[in-house]
Design a protein around this ligand. Sequence first.
Ligand code: SAM
Length: 318
Amino acid sequence: VLMKNYGHVPVMVERCLELLAPGVADGSIIIDCTVGMGGHSEAILRRFPSVHLLGIDRDSEALEIAKERLRPFGDRFEPFHTTYDQVGEVADSVGGKVAGILMDLGVSSYQLDQDERGFAYSRDTYLDMRMDTSKGISAADLLRTASQGELARILHVYGEEKFAGKIARALVRKRETEPLTRSGQLAQLVRECIPAPARRKGGNPAKRTFQALRVAVNNELTILEDALPAALESLRVGARLVVESYQSLEDRIVKQAFKDASTSGAPPDLPVVPEELLPNFKLVFTGAQKADATEQSSNPRSAPVRLRAIERVSEGRQ
Ligand code: SAM
């Protein structure tokens, strides 16, 4: 598929299409839970000419760009400005079960690169970090109000940051003398907290702190945990949920939710599992798939991706 570049190259797009294809029939509905710049959405609308696509994004700016891009598809694309844990309500708005659901987690390159919202440690802007700037509190407000313990916990849990305690202490000390509101200030402070040998390893030392604050500000993991069962519930038999994660915390949540959904509720020592205890879902493949070497080198953003897919195989009890 040859597509115009909207500042974000969709990851493993061909694989996503292949995985969604078996669920698609004439007049099917697919939900893209993370429309972003509309890269995957456009590919889906092109590949499956009879599909109607419902597109969710919590970032209204992204949704506006996607709407413009997908205008040629007319009413085959319907945007929803909300978080993806509302996927069940979105499916209900068109009468219930759908033929496929895609989730391409995290932030878009557009949010990272073009934007004045403080997502990027490489640009000096106001530390907002909210994907939906109409709700919740900014990263700057979080840094101003959270206790040292809370900050340390956020950096440790959401950033898997080894120097979480040290950075939290430095943040609290700093804010006593000046307000911490800029990404440049934060990147500098983190750099000063991380010992030189650790600084030389890996990428930018501020990466984990920025990730942690973003996850906290946007409540990303809780929303994901709520969204996965809702998405599974919204699939009709034969339909698949495809999820692309970019960090281990997200992938762990996806892996666990898929495991729970695809394992039988029967005790392990039952010789024959009764029909009503068989799981309603099966993994399309075991483990997670990665982008191939060619894609990884042409689009570095695809390097960390972990793709998982699950299919509804029976109606089950509801
Ligand atoms: N697949 C898109 C493309 O090809 O252009 C890029 C998607 S980008 C990686 C992820 C998008 O999901 C961002 O636009 C972000 O605003 C959105 N997003 C992240 N968390 C969300 C949530 N909890 N609810 C709804 N949208 C979310």
